[in-house]
Ligand binder design. Structure first.
Ligand code: SAH
Length: 348
């Protein structure tokens, strides 16, 4: 099978898929995400959402959709932080796109005050109101394919059975559908170069942009990845905070790939929406006021709490930590909207 199918099964197989069977987050789990590092992350997303809602003319009803909400921590922090924004909570209808029954249960607990509605894909999300969408570390979980340039042809990497047992990488001729997704900026390729492409991600984004144009609205994605298309393989497996082989214990280790923000941007523009960013996470959070919020929290904190706040801010924003590798990109139906976080702000 191709690597895309392998990744999709490893993560989402109904009985054996990684996300379907566990809560992977935190020090005792396999990896930690930004909302699990600090409440400030979700609070800043809350600021962005409320600000964007106002800029959209504060519609009386709208759909707030989170893609891949994990434990629901980001949304809980975002909604707590926006409790005082007049009219915002009354206007929102919370919808969650989630495939994991285990995580759904945790989200139900964390977000029950907001009566969320769950969906397996965009299809079920109501079409009759404006949309505000967020996704943190959602796109990196969507399956990627890997193409390898051999002489004058593209091969596609597939997963095969090794003679001695176990799984190995093999290659077969690549289909034209996948070859067509190679970013033009990577052509002509060098021999033996590896290029990743995600038809699932592109389909998802096209579907979302279609909805944003139809219903009006904006979507914000934060993830790790590269600003400009680059050759090379980034598909990786992580278990207990360490890199392992993608063939180690299929379904029991996390598989992700870096997100190509250039492809996100060009796909969204071709779908007729306006693109903001990408900007790095440290710049995005700083422009939304994360530093000011951290200072306010420190003001009332004990010495050890202050140390925690400073350390977690450093983790979110440090250039050698999540600050530079992670990027934020937003798309919007209305070219006139000036979405916060993407443009310089005086004094920040
Ligand atoms: N946003 C959270 C969790 C990120 S992990 C955080 O920042 O902590 C990825 C999340 O996306 C998990 O909730 C996982 O179950 C969900 N997910 C991954 N692939 C999915 C898919 N194809 N459809 C729906 N949800 C998916």
């Amino acid at each position: 099978m191709d690597l895309g199918r392998y990744m999709a099964l490893c993560l989402g197989h109904p009985d054996h898929g990684y996300y379907m069977t566990r809560d992977p987050f935190g020090a005792k789990g396999d990896f930690t995400t930004a909302p699990e590092v600090s409440q400030i992350f979700g609070e800043m997303i809350g600021v962005w959402l409320a600000d964007t809602w106002r800029k959209m003319g504060a519609p009386a009803r709208f759909i707030l959709l989170e893609c891949g909400p994990g434990r629901g921590t980001l949304m809980a922090d975002a909604l707590r932080a926006t409790g005082h924004v007049a009219g915002f909570h009354d206007a929102l209808e919370l919808h969650l796109l989630e495939m994991s029954p285990v995580l759904k249960q945790i989200q139900e607990e964390t977000l029950k005050a907001y009566s969320p509605v769950w969906h397996a894909g965009l299809e079920g999300v109501p079409e009759d109101k404006p949309l505000l969408v967020i996704g943190n570390e959602f796109l990196d979980a969507l399956p990627v394919h890997q193409l390898v340039r051999r002489k004058e042809e593209w091969s596609e990497r597939v997963v095969d059975l090794a003679q001695a047992g176990g799984l190995v990488l093999a290659e077969r001729a690549a289909s034209q559908d996948i070859v067509a997704l190679i970013p033009p900026s990577l052509l002509p390729p060098e021999e033996n170069e590896v290029v990743e492409a995600s038809p699932v991600l592109i389909q998802f984004l096209k579907g979302l942009c279609f909805r944003l144009k139809k219903q009006k609205g904006s979507a914000l994605f934060i993830d790790y990845g590269y600003t400009f298309s680059a050759a090379g393989e980034t598909l990786q497996a992580v278990s207990k905070h360490r890199h392992v082989s993608i063939f180690d214990a299929p379904g029991q280790v996390d598989l992700t790939a870096h997100v190509n923000f250039e492809t996100l941007g060009t796909t969204a523009m071709a779908a007729g929406v306006t693109v903001h960013g990408p900007v790095t996470q440290n710049i995005f959070l700083e422009r939304l006021g994360a530093g000011i919020r951290a200072a306010a929290l420190c003001h009332n904190a004990t010495e050890s709490q202050e140390k925690d706040i400073t350390e977690s801010m450093n983790r979110l924003c440090g250039k050698d930590q999540m600050g530079a590798l992670f990027k934020a990109l937003a798309v919007c139906h209305d070219p006139a909207l000036d979405l916060s976080g993407f443009h310089p702000v005086e004094g920040l």
